[in-house]
Design a protein around this ligand. Structure first.
Ligand code: NAD
Length: 455
């Protein structure tokens, strides 16, 4: 087996082709990480904080080249690639402060003299399995909190993003002691071996693979979190400005060719919102700049592989197309931003995540109906709500089965200092990011302190 990574805008441009290292490489990296971890865990807050800060500095110094690499390897439009690098630097800086945070609490005993203390401790070796679509930010938002709390890290990136991961490993490796951050390239074999050897597992990727990873980790009794696919809805109320809602939704459908877990896949128009929204949305999607991801004006670049492009094109076959519906005839794996309507319940677009720039417009009679339509999907990552009525946004949508709600904002976009994750088939286990991540990578120990009788 070979790990191959190609430029999706120019498939003849092969970035990297190397032999798959095999399951042994993952087990070996975990062993080396396990040997390095205790010294790191007991190095003290200042040493861990300084090392994470040095990683942030190293990434910041190289951010222009790293963004260009993401453009070339995963076809991310340049403006988004630069934003991902800026966020990656901010993530490392944010978690560089974490070693100074309290790791527990002090309580009185329930009865008698004495003291109760809690203290959080690292699990050991964190096994991280990541997708290709955020090649710097996702590995960083897992690795930084794991390292900040005293764990070692072994990362198995998606094959399509191997060059980015190896570059990240070089930069992180310069700032950290040997063995603490290792990248094992490869696919299912190496990913499976890592899950079988690590002490804690954090996965991001498709729901199908995520379920396999969760089964394997829970069978071993180790902590696991899985952030998976989405079939996210944007609910538009009649009081929303159709042009403004359409601009947010078009960006979430077509940005990065719809290759974000948070992309909008379904647009639920309530009552009289339908007609003005249909027009505004079709117009906004037709106006999205599609093209070379290296061009700073591009919003929708290529899809990651030929297979992904063909699956996207197949999804709208036979449907009523309001915008797009074509596969541009040019080198690279492009699909036009596409809006469809009159889609029968049970159609693939309403059941499965199609990872491309295609969305379905659905009418709803009223708010309750909109909630039922939204909840009908087995996924529950993020829902956006477009309305001028805050009461509706806060209370009327309480019954949505979704991990995140964004009011008058695109479904896409992540604030890394708050918990991030989904319900149902979109997420399993504790949330990622923010302070939630510090808890996930540690376990609490309770100390009971009695008196030695000297006072
Ligand atoms: P994928 O599920 O195909 O692969 C994810 C990772 O799992 C890769 O590193 C892959 O090599 C590895 N893998 C594959 N089989 C494995 C196995 N049997 N055991 C262990 N590891 C295995 O996903 P992808 O195509 O790289 O990424 C796209 C998917 O990621 C979409 O479904 C998207 O919604 C999801 N995603 C979710 C989030 C989120 O936070 N919810 C964020 C980004 C992407």
């Amino acid at each position: 087996m070979t790990v191959i990574s190609r430029n999706p805008a120019d498939p003849a441009d092969v970035l990297l082709a190397l032999p798959s290292p095999g399951a042994f490489a993952a087990a070996d990296a975990v062993e080396r990480a396990r040997a390095a971890q205790p010294d790191w865990a007991y190095a003290g807050a200042a040493a861990r904080s300084a090392a994470l800060g040095a990683v942030a500095d190293a990434i910041e110094a190289e951010r222009t080249d790293l963004a260009d690499l993401a453009v070339r390897e995963v076809g991310k439009p340049l403006v988004e690639a630069r934003a991902e690098l800026a966020r990656t630097v901010a993530i490392w800086r944010y978690y560089a402060q974490a070693p100074y945070e309290p790791t527990g609490a002090v309580h009185d005993t329930a009865a008698g003299p004495g003291l109760l203390l809690t203290r959080r401790r690292p699990h050991g070796v964190a096994g991280l399995v990541t997708p290709w679509n955020f090649p710097f930010a996702i590995p960083s938002w897992k690795a930084a909190p794991a390292l900040a709390t005293g764990n070692a890290v072994v990362l198995k990136p998606a094959p399509e993003a191997t060059a980015c991961a190896l570059r990240l490993a070089e930069l992180v490796g310069r700032a950290l002691p040997e063995g603490l951050f290792t990248v094992v390239p490869g696919g299912a074999t190496e990913g499976g071996a890592l899950v079988s050897a690590a002490d804690v597992v954090s996965f991001t990727g498709s729901s199908a693979v995520g379920r396999t990873v969760v089964r394997s980790a829970t069978a071993r009794g180790i902590p696991v979190q899985a952030e998976m696919g989405g079939l996210n809805a944007a609910i538009v109320l009649p009081d929303a400005d159709p042009g403004r809602a359409a601009a947010h939704i078009a960006a979430s459908v077509a940005g990065y060719a719809g290759q974000k877990c948070t992309a909008t896949r379904r647009i639920v128009a309530v009552g009289a919102a339908l007609d003005p929204l249909r027009e505004a949305l079709a117009e906004a999607l037709r106006a999205v700049p599609v093209g070379d991801p290296a061009d700073p004006s591009t919003v929708c670049g290529p899809l990651i592989t030929e297979t992904a492009r063909n699956e996207t094109g197949a999804a709208w076959q036979g449907l009523s197309v309001l915008a797009g519906g074509t596969l541009p005839d040019r080198p690279g794996w492009y699909a036009a931003p596409t809006l469809v309507e009159k889609v029968a319940p049970g159609h693939r677009l309403l059941r499965e995540e199609v990872f491309g720039p295609v969305a379905t417009l659905l009418p709803a009679r009223d708010l309750d109906h909109a909630v039922r339509i939204t909840n009908a999907a087995r996924y529950g990552l993020v829902t956006s709500v477009h309305t001028a009525d805050l009461d509706t946004a806060l209370h009327g949508l309480d019954r949505l089965d979704t991990g995140m709600i964004r009011v008058n904002a695109p479904t896409t976009g992540v604030d890394f200092h708050l918990p991030f994750g989904g319900a149902k088939s979109s997420g399993y286990g504790p949330r990622e990011q923010g302070r939630a991540a510090l808890d996930f990578y540690t376990a609490s120990r309770t100390y009971t302190l009695g008196s030695a009788g000297t006072v």
